[in-house]
Design a protein around this ligand. Sequence first.
Ligand code: CTP
Ligand code: C5P
Length: 336
Amino acid sequence: CENKPQPVRVWVDGCFDIVHFGHANAVRQAKQMGNYLLVGVHSDAEVSKHKGPPVFTQEERYRMVRAIKWVDEVVEDSPYVTTLDTLDKHRAHFCVHGDDITTTADGQDTYHLVKTAGRYKECKRTEGVSTTDLVGRMLLVTKSHHQRDTDTMAIKTETELGHNTRSPWTGVSQFLPTSNKIVQFSEGKEPKPGDRIVYVAGAFDLFNVGHLDFLEKVAAEGNYVIVGLHTDPVVNRYKGANYPIMNLHERVLSILACRYVSEVVIGAPYTVSDNLMNHFKIDIVCHGQTSIMSDVNGEDPYAIPKEQGKFKLLDSGNLLTTKTIIERIINHRLHY
Ligand code: CTP
Ligand code: C5P
């Protein structure tokens, strides 16, 4: 028999609450260290015990991690402290984590066992994005709406984030986007002849399981999915307040990490024009059940694909929106 090299099985684990492109970037780097990537995701009970209750349920978190295109397998309910038994059970050679220390409720390094055994490698943590940071941004969005609500006033957004963080359209982002990062996240695949090309446009702010359910339906409509991301001012026009929470560059990375997305239009026009339809050879344009706001001229942004008989409304079956995520976070905080 041939002497085939054994595939290198890499293990990553975490809470993956409010999945963001920092998580995706860690997973991407881990995948590059081997051939097969296993991601252990902690249960709600385990996260609650060590970190406090998560915003997203374990089922939602498992689904979000499975949708990251570099993930080969999700291991549900993995222990908070990574044990050698866990690695062995899944035939993982080593474990990868970002270059920051994670501790248990008792202050113990969660990776002390794998570190001692020499089965631990580090990847570079993505600066400027974290679950804590996103929660801060979300609370900032609501601030003006809750000024007279004494309960919510207890949320320390102002003191936590300072007074100079109020600029519109995610002026609070500390992330430095580069062309290199976009290339690393890109699929780099052109549509093949005969591919059925599907186009969707939107904000895709705080990419979440609602978007994911939608994109799964979208992917079933064809075999090449192009996502048009609206610019920050366009999103702000139709979502209002301090939306979007993530700026265009961040939203690009989040959506590129999703396995159902083939290509992204960075700053798509709000109205789907004839020109856009022809340029990308779009077969079908889809939208979910959320309302469709008219363009500045009062026109329906989907008038052209509708006239061409190339428009389809889909039902993601999921009512989650950025607003409901914010509500969950506020309810959460009020419990402390
Ligand atoms: N991670 C990263 N860059 C970030 C955030 C997380 O590389 N900006 C990595 C972590 O180092 C870890 C993996 O993502 O290897 C999953 O970790 P998880 O436990 O979900 O994240 P936290 O480190 O708690 O991230 P956050 O602060 O965003 O909650
Ligand atoms: O709101 P946003 O512009 O991010 O939505 C992008 C697309 O995802 C829209 O077509 C919207 O209808 C769809 N969506 C959905 N189900 C959700 C959230 C969004 O179908 N829960």
